[in-house]
Design a protein around this ligand. Structure first.
Ligand SMILES: C[S@@+](CC[C@H](N)C(=O)[O-])C[C@H]1O[C@@H](n2cnc3c(N)ncnc32)[C@H](O)[C@@H]1O
Length: 233
């Protein structure tokens, strides 16, 4: 059964203090590589206005800041204030001269005018929103015509061997690691969220329905990860 938005918000507030450390350890640092790939796919350029939806502690927003430089600007949006507080601190430390804004808001009702942004990212957010078509419609609305967004997330691989490996990894590595921090329940949600998450071709269909005529899904690591790259015409 899907969980309510308020529960998701509470969960990400609760895990904020350990979120970055666990991500780093559990992906062996690889999440940074996938995030860099996603930012590359947005084709972010110096001077542009960029958006990171479901920014969490700010990894993708900070990579966007690097790409758009001091002449550009980045907005990181999330509905979990505890995550935003960490993002803000990291932004101040790493990119003091950049135009970075951290905004508490809902991915399903973005607080921006139509056609505001030159590029956008969403990392591990689409799997967590309670209404995927609405999140895609909102992303489409706030992008300028001719611009791109890259949506990175975990997937349930179709290959049975890789699927078994993923189940083993989640049960044997991820949940016990979270358990040691008293967060077993919080990390146990990952498997059901993966089971529910649409596969690549279905994501492409959802993106087209949301208005992105051009949508391509790139599987990564045998389908364990994927990036949906969408272009607004
Ligand atoms: C798994 S974290 C990903 C954080 C970050 N993008 C990263 O890649 O590390 C998912 C984030 O989505 C946020 N989120 C989920 N639903 C949201 C919504 N409807 N509006 C805004 N943020 C949302 C959560 O608060 C959480 O910080």
């Amino acid at each position: 059964m899907a969980i309510a938005a308020s529960e998701i918000q509470a969960l990400f507030n609760r895990i904020a203090p350990v979120y970055d450390t666990l991500n780093q350890e559990l992906s062996f640092g690889l999440h940074q590589v996938w995030k860099r790939m996603a930012v590359k796919w947005t084709e972010a350029q110096p001077g542009e206005t960029a958006l990171d939806v479901c920014c969490g502690s700010g990894d993708l927003a900070l990579l966007l800041a690097q790409a758009v430089g001091q002449a550009g600007s980045v907005v990181g949006l999330d509905f979990a204030p505890a995550q935003l507080a960490i993002a803000q601190e990291r932004g101040r430390d790493r990119y003091p001269g950049h135009d970075l804004t951290w905004l508490e808001g809902d991915a399903l009702a973005l607080p921006f005018a139509d056609a505001t942004f030159d590029c956008a990212t969403m990392g591990y957010g689409l799997r967590n929103v309670v209404d995927i078509p609405q999140a895609l419609r909102e992303l489409h609305r706030v992008l300028k015509p001719g611009t791109k967004a890259a949506i990175l997330d975990f997937h349930r691989p179709l290959n049975p061997t890789i699927q078994a490996l993923q189940t083993w990894y989640l049960d044997t590595i991820v949940v016990p690691a979270a358990d040691r921090l008293g967060l077993q329940q919080d990390y146990a949600y990952i498997m059901p969220s993966l089971e529910r998450f649409p596969q690549g071709p279905e994501q492409v269909t959802l993106a087209r329905t949301a208005g992105f005529e051009n949508a391509i899904h790139y599987p990564i690591m045998g389908g364990l990860m994927g990036v949906l790259v969408v272009t607004k015409d």
